[in-house]
Design a protein around this ligand. Structure first.
Ligand SMILES: [Zn+2]
Length: 456
Protein backbone atom coordinates (compact mmCIF):
# COMPACT_ATOMS: atom_id res chain seq x y z
CA UNK A 1 0.00 0.00 0.00
CA UNK A 2 2.95 2.28 0.72
CA UNK A 3 2.94 5.66 2.30
CA UNK A 4 1.51 8.59 0.37
CA UNK A 5 4.25 10.16 -1.66
CA UNK A 6 6.77 7.36 -1.04
CA UNK A 7 7.08 5.17 -4.12
CA UNK A 8 7.39 1.44 -3.49
CA UNK A 9 10.43 -0.26 -4.98
CA UNK A 10 8.84 -2.88 -7.28
CA UNK A 11 11.71 -5.28 -6.50
CA UNK A 12 10.87 -5.25 -2.82
CA UNK A 13 7.15 -5.81 -3.22
CA UNK A 14 5.88 -9.15 -1.95
CA UNK A 15 5.11 -11.36 -4.97
CA UNK A 16 1.51 -12.33 -5.59
CA UNK A 17 1.15 -16.07 -5.22
CA UNK A 18 -0.63 -18.04 -7.94
CA UNK A 19 -4.38 -17.93 -7.39
CA UNK A 20 -4.04 -14.80 -5.23
CA UNK A 21 -5.85 -11.54 -5.84
CA UNK A 22 -4.22 -8.14 -5.69
CA UNK A 23 -6.27 -5.24 -4.41
CA UNK A 24 -5.25 -1.74 -5.45
CA UNK A 25 -5.64 0.32 -2.33
CA UNK A 26 -3.31 3.15 -3.30
CA UNK A 27 -3.81 6.21 -1.13
CA UNK A 28 -6.22 4.41 1.18
CA UNK A 29 -5.96 3.68 4.89
CA UNK A 30 -5.70 0.16 6.29
CA UNK A 31 -6.63 -0.74 9.86
CA UNK A 32 -6.92 -4.05 11.71
CA UNK A 33 -10.46 -5.50 11.70
CA UNK A 34 -12.63 -4.06 14.47
CA UNK A 35 -13.76 -6.04 17.51
CA UNK A 36 -17.23 -5.31 18.85
CA UNK A 37 -17.09 -6.49 22.44
CA UNK A 38 -20.82 -6.21 23.04
CA UNK A 39 -22.84 -7.27 20.01
CA UNK A 40 -26.23 -8.91 20.34
CA UNK A 41 -27.04 -10.76 17.12
CA UNK A 42 -30.62 -9.51 17.45
CA UNK A 43 -33.65 -10.70 19.26
CA UNK A 44 -37.09 -11.70 18.10
CA UNK A 45 -38.53 -8.54 19.67
CA UNK A 46 -36.45 -6.40 17.28
CA UNK A 47 -37.48 -8.49 14.26
CA UNK A 48 -33.84 -8.40 13.19
CA UNK A 49 -32.53 -11.45 11.35
CA UNK A 50 -28.86 -12.34 11.80
CA UNK A 51 -28.16 -11.60 8.12
CA UNK A 52 -29.32 -7.98 8.57
CA UNK A 53 -27.24 -7.50 11.71
CA UNK A 54 -24.14 -9.21 10.32
CA UNK A 55 -24.12 -7.12 7.15
CA UNK A 56 -24.44 -3.88 9.13
CA UNK A 57 -21.49 -4.93 11.29
CA UNK A 58 -19.34 -6.03 8.38
CA UNK A 59 -20.17 -2.83 6.48
CA UNK A 60 -18.59 -0.94 9.39
CA UNK A 61 -15.41 -2.99 9.55
CA UNK A 62 -16.46 -5.21 12.46
CA UNK A 63 -14.81 -8.58 11.83
CA UNK A 64 -15.12 -10.04 15.35
CA UNK A 65 -18.06 -9.86 17.73
CA UNK A 66 -18.46 -11.07 21.27
CA UNK A 67 -22.11 -11.91 21.80
CA UNK A 68 -22.99 -11.33 25.45
CA UNK A 69 -26.09 -13.53 25.70
CA UNK A 70 -28.43 -13.96 22.80
CA UNK A 71 -31.12 -16.39 21.74
CA UNK A 72 -29.42 -19.27 23.56
CA UNK A 73 -26.12 -21.09 23.25
CA UNK A 74 -27.24 -23.48 20.49
CA UNK A 75 -28.48 -20.63 18.28
CA UNK A 76 -25.24 -18.68 18.69
CA UNK A 77 -22.96 -21.72 18.32
CA UNK A 78 -24.63 -22.63 15.02
CA UNK A 79 -23.89 -19.14 13.62
CA UNK A 80 -20.40 -19.17 15.12
CA UNK A 81 -19.52 -22.40 13.30
CA UNK A 82 -20.96 -21.16 10.00
CA UNK A 83 -18.99 -17.93 10.33
CA UNK A 84 -15.82 -19.87 11.16
CA UNK A 85 -16.13 -21.73 7.87
CA UNK A 86 -17.17 -18.51 6.10
CA UNK A 87 -20.37 -20.17 4.90
CA UNK A 88 -22.22 -16.97 5.82
CA UNK A 89 -21.28 -13.29 5.62
CA UNK A 90 -20.65 -12.59 9.29
CA UNK A 91 -17.98 -11.47 11.71
CA UNK A 92 -16.31 -14.24 13.74
CA UNK A 93 -18.39 -14.81 16.82
CA UNK A 94 -17.47 -15.43 20.44
CA UNK A 95 -20.37 -16.85 22.39
CA UNK A 96 -20.78 -15.65 25.98
CA UNK A 97 -23.97 -17.35 27.13
CA UNK A 98 -26.36 -15.56 29.47
CA UNK A 99 -25.80 -17.09 32.90
CA UNK A 100 -28.63 -19.44 33.78
CA UNK A 101 -30.01 -19.37 30.24
CA UNK A 102 -31.60 -22.70 29.46
CA UNK A 103 -31.52 -23.90 33.07
CA UNK A 104 -34.90 -25.24 34.21
CA UNK A 105 -36.26 -23.32 37.15
CA UNK A 106 -33.26 -21.02 37.57
CA UNK A 107 -30.10 -21.46 39.60
CA UNK A 108 -30.36 -21.16 43.37
CA UNK A 109 -27.34 -23.02 44.75
CA UNK A 110 -23.59 -22.95 44.19
CA UNK A 111 -23.66 -26.58 43.02
CA UNK A 112 -26.28 -25.76 40.39
CA UNK A 113 -24.17 -22.80 39.27
CA UNK A 114 -21.11 -25.00 38.81
CA UNK A 115 -23.10 -27.61 36.88
CA UNK A 116 -24.51 -24.93 34.57
CA UNK A 117 -21.03 -23.52 33.91
CA UNK A 118 -19.65 -26.98 33.01
CA UNK A 119 -22.57 -27.63 30.68
CA UNK A 120 -22.05 -24.25 28.98
CA UNK A 121 -18.37 -25.05 28.38
CA UNK A 122 -19.24 -28.49 27.02
CA UNK A 123 -21.42 -26.86 24.36
CA UNK A 124 -18.42 -24.94 23.05
CA UNK A 125 -19.23 -21.48 24.42
CA UNK A 126 -16.36 -19.05 24.87
CA UNK A 127 -17.61 -17.55 28.10
CA UNK A 128 -20.49 -16.36 30.25
CA UNK A 129 -22.42 -13.12 30.48
CA UNK A 130 -23.67 -12.52 34.02
CA UNK A 131 -26.36 -10.08 35.14
CA UNK A 132 -25.49 -10.30 38.82
CA UNK A 133 -26.60 -12.89 41.35
CA UNK A 134 -26.13 -13.60 45.03
CA UNK A 135 -22.49 -13.58 46.20
CA UNK A 136 -22.35 -17.38 46.75
CA UNK A 137 -23.57 -18.06 43.23
CA UNK A 138 -21.33 -15.47 41.57
CA UNK A 139 -18.28 -16.86 43.41
CA UNK A 140 -19.01 -20.48 42.52
CA UNK A 141 -19.81 -19.74 38.88
CA UNK A 142 -16.74 -17.56 38.32
CA UNK A 143 -14.49 -20.06 40.06
CA UNK A 144 -15.75 -22.93 37.93
CA UNK A 145 -15.56 -20.87 34.74
CA UNK A 146 -11.98 -19.82 35.44
CA UNK A 147 -10.95 -23.43 36.13
CA UNK A 148 -12.24 -24.28 32.66
CA UNK A 149 -10.24 -21.39 31.19
CA UNK A 150 -13.26 -19.48 29.90
CA UNK A 151 -13.81 -15.74 30.12
CA UNK A 152 -16.65 -13.68 31.47
CA UNK A 153 -18.64 -10.47 31.28
CA UNK A 154 -21.15 -8.93 33.66
CA UNK A 155 -23.88 -6.34 33.42
CA UNK A 156 -24.22 -5.64 37.14
CA UNK A 157 -27.98 -5.22 37.26
CA UNK A 158 -29.20 -2.78 39.89
CA UNK A 159 -31.04 -5.48 41.83
CA UNK A 160 -27.97 -7.36 43.08
CA UNK A 161 -25.39 -4.63 43.05
CA UNK A 162 -25.66 -3.50 46.67
CA UNK A 163 -24.20 -6.86 47.72
CA UNK A 164 -22.00 -7.53 44.71
CA UNK A 165 -20.45 -4.70 42.74
CA UNK A 166 -17.70 -4.53 40.13
CA UNK A 167 -14.93 -4.83 42.71
CA UNK A 168 -16.39 -8.08 44.11
CA UNK A 169 -16.60 -9.43 40.58
CA UNK A 170 -13.06 -8.48 39.67
CA UNK A 171 -11.68 -10.04 42.87
CA UNK A 172 -13.62 -13.25 42.15
CA UNK A 173 -12.08 -13.46 38.67
CA UNK A 174 -14.58 -11.80 36.35
CA UNK A 175 -12.61 -10.78 33.26
CA UNK A 176 -14.68 -7.83 31.97
CA UNK A 177 -17.48 -5.50 33.03
CA UNK A 178 -20.19 -4.24 30.66
CA UNK A 179 -21.66 -0.73 30.58
CA UNK A 180 -21.00 0.99 33.92
CA UNK A 181 -23.45 -0.36 36.49
CA UNK A 182 -21.71 -1.62 39.60
CA UNK A 183 -18.85 0.84 39.23
CA UNK A 184 -20.41 3.86 41.00
CA UNK A 185 -21.51 1.41 43.69
CA UNK A 186 -17.91 0.21 44.12
CA UNK A 187 -17.04 3.91 44.45
CA UNK A 188 -19.56 4.68 47.21
CA UNK A 189 -17.80 6.40 50.10
CA UNK A 190 -20.67 7.73 52.21
CA UNK A 191 -23.42 5.14 51.59
CA UNK A 192 -23.79 1.43 50.85
CA UNK A 193 -26.96 1.42 48.77
CA UNK A 194 -28.15 3.62 45.92
CA UNK A 195 -30.11 6.68 46.99
CA UNK A 196 -33.23 5.93 44.99
CA UNK A 197 -36.78 7.14 45.67
CA UNK A 198 -38.40 4.85 48.19
CA UNK A 199 -41.06 3.82 45.70
CA UNK A 200 -38.42 2.93 43.05
CA UNK A 201 -39.63 0.19 40.75
CA UNK A 202 -36.95 -1.53 38.63
CA UNK A 203 -39.59 -2.86 36.26
CA UNK A 204 -40.74 0.66 35.47
CA UNK A 205 -38.06 1.58 32.95
CA UNK A 206 -38.57 5.32 33.23
CA UNK A 207 -37.72 4.90 36.93
CA UNK A 208 -34.87 2.60 36.20
CA UNK A 209 -33.11 4.77 33.60
CA UNK A 210 -33.98 8.12 35.14
CA UNK A 211 -32.58 7.17 38.55
CA UNK A 212 -29.52 5.55 36.96
CA UNK A 213 -28.76 9.00 35.56
CA UNK A 214 -28.18 10.27 39.10
CA UNK A 215 -25.84 7.48 40.24
CA UNK A 216 -22.36 8.72 39.39
CA UNK A 217 -23.01 11.83 41.50
CA UNK A 218 -23.47 9.54 44.51
CA UNK A 219 -20.02 8.00 44.05
CA UNK A 220 -16.65 9.23 45.33
CA UNK A 221 -15.40 12.29 43.45
CA UNK A 222 -12.82 11.85 40.68
CA UNK A 223 -9.23 11.62 41.98
CA UNK A 224 -10.38 11.28 45.62
CA UNK A 225 -8.63 8.62 47.72
CA UNK A 226 -11.42 6.07 47.39
CA UNK A 227 -11.80 6.69 43.65
CA UNK A 228 -8.04 6.16 43.18
CA UNK A 229 -7.99 3.05 45.36
CA UNK A 230 -10.82 1.35 43.44
CA UNK A 231 -9.23 2.19 40.11
CA UNK A 232 -5.82 0.92 41.17
CA UNK A 233 -7.24 -2.35 42.46
CA UNK A 234 -9.10 -2.95 39.18
CA UNK A 235 -5.90 -2.16 37.27
CA UNK A 236 -3.90 -4.61 39.40
CA UNK A 237 -6.47 -7.31 38.58
CA UNK A 238 -6.01 -6.64 34.82
CA UNK A 239 -9.75 -6.00 34.60
CA UNK A 240 -11.26 -5.00 31.25
CA UNK A 241 -13.84 -2.22 30.80
CA UNK A 242 -16.47 -2.41 28.04
CA UNK A 243 -18.23 0.92 28.58
CA UNK A 244 -20.77 0.88 25.67
CA UNK A 245 -21.10 4.67 26.03
CA UNK A 246 -23.32 4.93 22.95
CA UNK A 247 -26.15 2.81 24.23
CA UNK A 248 -27.12 5.38 26.89
CA UNK A 249 -26.67 8.40 24.65
CA UNK A 250 -30.37 8.84 23.97
CA UNK A 251 -30.71 9.48 27.70
CA UNK A 252 -28.72 12.69 27.36
CA UNK A 253 -29.99 13.63 23.88
CA UNK A 254 -33.09 11.79 22.79
CA UNK A 255 -33.63 13.83 19.65
CA UNK A 256 -30.15 13.13 18.32
CA UNK A 257 -30.58 9.38 18.71
CA UNK A 258 -34.11 9.33 17.27
CA UNK A 259 -33.31 11.42 14.23
CA UNK A 260 -29.92 9.92 13.31
CA UNK A 261 -29.83 10.11 9.51
CA UNK A 262 -29.19 6.39 8.98
CA UNK A 263 -32.59 5.39 10.34
CA UNK A 264 -34.21 6.43 7.05
CA UNK A 265 -32.47 3.85 4.94
CA UNK A 266 -31.16 1.21 7.29
CA UNK A 267 -33.50 0.79 10.27
CA UNK A 268 -36.04 -2.00 9.86
CA UNK A 269 -39.64 -0.98 10.58
CA UNK A 270 -39.85 -3.73 13.22
CA UNK A 271 -36.79 -2.29 14.94
CA UNK A 272 -38.28 1.18 14.80
CA UNK A 273 -41.45 -0.14 16.43
CA UNK A 274 -39.30 -1.71 19.15
CA UNK A 275 -37.48 1.58 19.85
CA UNK A 276 -40.65 3.64 20.22
CA UNK A 277 -41.82 4.70 23.72
CA UNK A 278 -43.30 1.59 25.27
CA UNK A 279 -43.95 -0.05 28.60
CA UNK A 280 -43.18 -3.42 27.00
CA UNK A 281 -39.95 -3.16 24.95
CA UNK A 282 -36.66 -3.08 26.89
CA UNK A 283 -34.91 0.26 26.64
CA UNK A 284 -37.93 2.24 25.44
CA UNK A 285 -38.28 4.20 28.66
CA UNK A 286 -39.61 7.44 27.21
CA UNK A 287 -42.76 7.68 29.32
CA UNK A 288 -41.99 11.35 29.78
CA UNK A 289 -38.34 12.13 29.06
CA UNK A 290 -37.36 15.77 29.09
CA UNK A 291 -34.84 18.44 29.92
CA UNK A 292 -34.37 17.41 33.56
CA UNK A 293 -33.50 13.82 32.68
CA UNK A 294 -31.15 14.84 29.87
CA UNK A 295 -29.24 17.33 31.99
CA UNK A 296 -28.78 14.77 34.79
CA UNK A 297 -27.46 12.27 32.26
CA UNK A 298 -25.00 14.78 30.83
CA UNK A 299 -23.49 15.14 34.30
CA UNK A 300 -23.52 11.37 34.66
CA UNK A 301 -21.53 11.05 31.43
CA UNK A 302 -18.90 13.56 32.50
CA UNK A 303 -18.11 11.62 35.69
CA UNK A 304 -18.23 8.26 33.92
CA UNK A 305 -15.96 9.43 31.08
CA UNK A 306 -13.46 10.83 33.56
CA UNK A 307 -13.10 7.37 35.11
CA UNK A 308 -12.73 5.61 31.75
CA UNK A 309 -10.15 8.02 30.37
CA UNK A 310 -8.03 7.92 33.52
CA UNK A 311 -8.26 4.11 33.61
CA UNK A 312 -6.79 4.10 30.10
CA UNK A 313 -4.11 6.61 31.10
CA UNK A 314 -3.01 4.39 33.99
CA UNK A 315 -2.56 1.45 31.64
CA UNK A 316 -6.02 -0.11 31.93
CA UNK A 317 -7.68 -1.97 29.10
CA UNK A 318 -10.72 -0.17 27.72
CA UNK A 319 -12.42 -1.88 24.78
CA UNK A 320 -15.04 -0.86 22.24
CA UNK A 321 -18.50 -2.40 22.41
CA UNK A 322 -21.82 -1.25 21.02
CA UNK A 323 -24.82 -3.13 22.52
CA UNK A 324 -26.91 -2.14 19.49
CA UNK A 325 -30.51 -3.05 18.82
CA UNK A 326 -31.84 -1.05 21.75
CA UNK A 327 -32.41 2.64 22.55
CA UNK A 328 -32.27 3.88 18.93
CA UNK A 329 -28.78 2.47 18.38
CA UNK A 330 -28.30 0.71 15.06
CA UNK A 331 -25.86 -2.13 14.47
CA UNK A 332 -22.56 -1.02 12.95
CA UNK A 333 -23.37 2.70 13.02
CA UNK A 334 -23.46 2.64 16.82
CA UNK A 335 -20.01 1.05 16.91
CA UNK A 336 -18.58 4.10 15.14
CA UNK A 337 -20.54 6.34 17.51
CA UNK A 338 -18.86 4.48 20.38
CA UNK A 339 -15.49 5.50 18.94
CA UNK A 340 -16.62 9.13 18.79
CA UNK A 341 -17.70 8.98 22.43
CA UNK A 342 -14.32 7.56 23.46
CA UNK A 343 -12.85 10.59 21.69
CA UNK A 344 -15.14 12.82 23.75
CA UNK A 345 -13.96 10.99 26.88
CA UNK A 346 -10.43 12.11 26.09
CA UNK A 347 -8.91 9.27 24.04
CA UNK A 348 -6.46 10.15 21.26
CA UNK A 349 -7.78 8.82 17.91
CA UNK A 350 -4.96 6.25 17.88
CA UNK A 351 -5.94 5.12 21.39
CA UNK A 352 -9.45 4.59 20.06
CA UNK A 353 -8.26 2.40 17.19
CA UNK A 354 -6.19 0.37 19.67
CA UNK A 355 -9.22 0.04 21.92
CA UNK A 356 -11.27 -1.17 18.94
CA UNK A 357 -8.66 -3.68 17.78
CA UNK A 358 -5.79 -4.90 19.97
CA UNK A 359 -7.49 -4.27 23.30
CA UNK A 360 -10.53 -6.24 22.17
CA UNK A 361 -8.31 -9.05 20.91
CA UNK A 362 -6.50 -9.20 24.26
CA UNK A 363 -9.73 -9.20 26.24
CA UNK A 364 -10.91 -12.17 24.18
CA UNK A 365 -7.58 -13.98 24.53
CA UNK A 366 -7.12 -13.80 20.75
CA UNK A 367 -4.26 -11.34 20.40
CA UNK A 368 -2.12 -14.06 18.81
CA UNK A 369 -4.64 -14.23 15.93
CA UNK A 370 -6.24 -10.80 15.48
CA UNK A 371 -5.97 -7.17 16.63
CA UNK A 372 -2.98 -5.93 14.64
CA UNK A 373 -1.73 -6.02 11.07
CA UNK A 374 1.00 -8.61 11.58
CA UNK A 375 2.38 -11.39 9.44
CA UNK A 376 1.10 -14.70 10.78
CA UNK A 377 -2.16 -13.32 12.13
CA UNK A 378 -5.51 -13.74 10.40
CA UNK A 379 -6.11 -11.29 7.54
CA UNK A 380 -8.82 -9.09 9.09
CA UNK A 381 -8.66 -5.53 7.78
CA UNK A 382 -10.67 -2.38 7.30
CA UNK A 383 -9.89 -0.22 4.27
CA UNK A 384 -11.18 3.32 3.94
CA UNK A 385 -10.40 6.11 1.48
CA UNK A 386 -10.31 8.96 4.00
CA UNK A 387 -8.13 9.32 7.08
CA UNK A 388 -10.24 8.05 10.00
CA UNK A 389 -7.89 9.57 12.58
CA UNK A 390 -8.72 13.06 11.29
CA UNK A 391 -12.45 12.39 11.34
CA UNK A 392 -13.95 9.21 12.76
CA UNK A 393 -17.21 10.00 10.96
CA UNK A 394 -15.70 8.72 7.71
CA UNK A 395 -16.21 5.23 9.16
CA UNK A 396 -20.01 5.61 9.23
CA UNK A 397 -21.77 3.86 6.37
CA UNK A 398 -23.36 7.20 5.52
CA UNK A 399 -19.90 8.82 5.46
CA UNK A 400 -19.04 12.42 6.32
CA UNK A 401 -20.12 15.67 4.73
CA UNK A 402 -17.41 17.69 3.00
CA UNK A 403 -17.59 20.78 0.84
CA UNK A 404 -15.52 20.50 -2.35
CA UNK A 405 -13.35 23.23 -3.86
CA UNK A 406 -16.26 24.01 -6.20
CA UNK A 407 -18.65 24.53 -3.29
CA UNK A 408 -20.40 21.20 -3.95
CA UNK A 409 -21.63 19.20 -0.99
CA UNK A 410 -20.07 15.75 -1.08
CA UNK A 411 -20.21 12.62 1.02
CA UNK A 412 -16.83 11.09 1.65
CA UNK A 413 -15.76 7.89 3.33
CA UNK A 414 -17.74 4.96 4.49
CA UNK A 415 -15.65 1.80 4.84
CA UNK A 416 -14.67 0.65 1.34
CA UNK A 417 -13.57 -2.90 1.99
CA UNK A 418 -13.89 -5.14 5.00
CA UNK A 419 -11.57 -8.11 4.87
CA UNK A 420 -12.18 -11.10 7.13
CA UNK A 421 -10.05 -14.25 6.98
CA UNK A 422 -8.56 -12.87 3.77
CA UNK A 423 -11.98 -12.64 2.09
CA UNK A 424 -12.67 -9.21 0.63
CA UNK A 425 -16.15 -7.74 1.10
CA UNK A 426 -17.37 -4.62 -0.69
CA UNK A 427 -18.67 -2.74 2.34
CA UNK A 428 -20.90 -0.43 0.28
CA UNK A 429 -22.54 -3.39 -1.42
CA UNK A 430 -23.27 -4.90 2.02
CA UNK A 431 -25.00 -1.66 2.99
CA UNK A 432 -26.96 -1.68 -0.25
CA UNK A 433 -28.13 -5.23 0.59
CA UNK A 434 -29.31 -3.96 3.97
CA UNK A 435 -31.18 -1.06 2.38
CA UNK A 436 -32.98 -3.49 0.07
CA UNK A 437 -34.01 -5.63 3.06
CA UNK A 438 -35.34 -2.53 4.79
CA UNK A 439 -37.17 -1.27 1.69
CA UNK A 440 -38.80 -4.67 1.20
CA UNK A 441 -39.90 -4.82 4.84
CA UNK A 442 -41.35 -1.29 4.65
CA UNK A 443 -43.24 -2.06 1.48
CA UNK A 444 -44.68 -5.19 3.04
CA UNK A 445 -45.75 -3.34 6.15
CA UNK A 446 -47.10 -0.25 4.41
CA UNK A 447 -44.46 2.22 5.58
CA UNK A 448 -43.33 5.22 3.63
CA UNK A 449 -39.87 4.43 2.34
CA UNK A 450 -38.17 7.61 3.54
CA UNK A 451 -39.68 7.99 6.95
CA UNK A 452 -39.27 5.42 9.66
CA UNK A 453 -42.17 5.14 12.01
CA UNK A 454 -44.67 6.85 9.74
CA UNK A 455 -47.37 4.61 8.32
CA UNK A 456 -49.25 5.56 5.14
ZN1 LIG B 1 -26.18 -5.99 26.13
Amino acid sequence: MGYPGIPIDPEKRPKLEPGGKELDASGMYLLPGFVDMHGHIGGKAQGADPDYVFKLWMAHGVTTVREPSGRGVDFTMDLKRKSEKNEIIAPRILAYTGFGQGADGGISTAAEARAWVRNNASKGADGIKFFGASPEIMKAALDENNKLGLRSACHHAQLSVARWNVLHSARAGLTSMEHWYGLPEALFADRTVQDYPLDYNYNNEQHRFEEAGKLWKQAAAPYSDHWNAVMDELLALDFTLVPTLNIYEASRDLQRARRAEWHEDYTLPSLWEFYKPSKISHGSYWHYWGTEQEVAWKENYTLWMTFINEYKNRGGRVTTGSDSGFIYQLYGFAYIREMELLREAGFHPLEIIRSATLNGAEALGMDDKIGTVTKGKLADFVIVEENPLKNLKVLYGTGAIKLTEDNEIARVGGVKYTIKDGIIYDAKQLLQDVKEMVDAAKEKEGYKIRQPGVKD
